[in-house]
Write a protein that binds this ligand. Sequence first.
Ligand code: KG4
Ligand code: ZN
Length: 345
Amino acid sequence: MITSIPLVLGIETSCDETAVGIVAGRKLLANVISSSVEEHAKFGGVVPEIASRAHLEAMQGVIRAALSEAKVSINDIDAFAVTAGPGLIGALLVGTSSAAGLALGLDKPLYGVNHLSAHIAVDSLDSDHKLDPAIALLVSGGHSSILQVNELTSDVITLGSTIDDAAGEAFDKIARILELGFPGGPAIDLDARSGNREAVDFPRGLTLAKDLIDHRYDFSFSGLKTAVSRYLAKTPGYIRADISASFQEAVVDVLLTKAIGAAKEVGIEVLIIAGGVAANSRLRESAEERCEKAGIRLRIPPMNLCTDNGAMVAALGSLALTNGLAPSEIGLTADSASGVARAIF
Ligand code: KG4
Ligand code: ZN
C-alpha cells in the first residue's frame, strides 16, 4: 500500500527515443532521453530493427542516469510505467520487457500506458490544476486527433482524426521534398522563420462546407503534400523558406481552426496541445493568439516535453496509480496499433 506521494518511473521506447522519466506524484524529478535519430537519418525515416537494437543498448544507462538525476535508488520506486502502444512493435517490446523485469524483481506494480494519452498526461506535471475536462489536439509523427478528454484515465472520446497522413508525417515528407533532412518538423520550423507565410496560399484540407458534414473534426494532409509538390514542379525559382513558411501556416491554420472549433462547440473551454508537433514555434504562437481571441484557455507543455519522453509515461502511470486503477498484468505485451480509448493496458 502506497500512502505517501508515489515515486513512479516511466519508460518510453515506442519509436527512436529510449527515454526514462521519474515523477513524485505530479512533480517531475528526472527526464533522460537517448535518441537513435542520427542512425536513421541516412535512411530518411526510422528503421524499426535499428531502433529496437538501440533501445536494448541504451536502456540500462538511461535508467541509471534518470535515477541519479532524481537522486533516488531503484528500491525507492513505488511503481513502474511503460509505453505499451501504439508504436513500433519490436521497439515497444524492449520497453515492456525491461519494465516488467523491474516490476517483477522489485515486487512493484506495473502500468502499461497508452503513448497518446501519455502525451496529454504531461500537462499534469509541476502544477496542481485539474487536467480534465479538456479538448486535446494531439499531433505527432504517427497521429493527429482531436479528443474530448472527460477524464484522462477513463473517459476519452475521439472527435476526429486524420484520414491519411499525420501532421508530423506531413512535415517529415515535405522536408524530404525540400531536402531539409530528417526529422522534418524542426527543420521546417527553422527554415520557415526567414520565409513569408503568405507567399503561397496552400489548401486547408477538409475545411469546405461539404467536407464538414462528415469530417468536421477530421484532418487530411495528403492534398497539401500534392499541392506543395505541384507548386515546386512548376516554379523553378521558388524560395524554399517561403514554401516552408506557407506549408507550415496551412497545417497550423487547419489544426487550430478545427481544435478551437471543437472546444467552442463541445463547450469545454480548455485546449491542450500535445505531441511532437506541439513543439512547433508557429503553432505555439498562433495558438496563443487565437485561443485568447476565442476565450479558450490554452495549455501546451514545455518544448522538451512535447516530443517523446519518459516523463509523460511516468506522469500517466502516476495518474493511474493515484486514481486507483488496477495495475497491468506482469506478462503485459505490446499493442502496436492501439487507439486512444484505452489509457492503461
Ligand atoms: O510525438 P513525437 O515525438 O513522436 C511520435 O509519437 O510520433 O512526434 C514526432 C513528430 C515528427 O514527425 C517530427 O517531425 C514532429 O513531431 N516535430 C515537429 C517539430 N518537432 C518535432 N513538427 C513541427 N515542428 C516542430 N518544431
Ligand atoms: Zn509521441
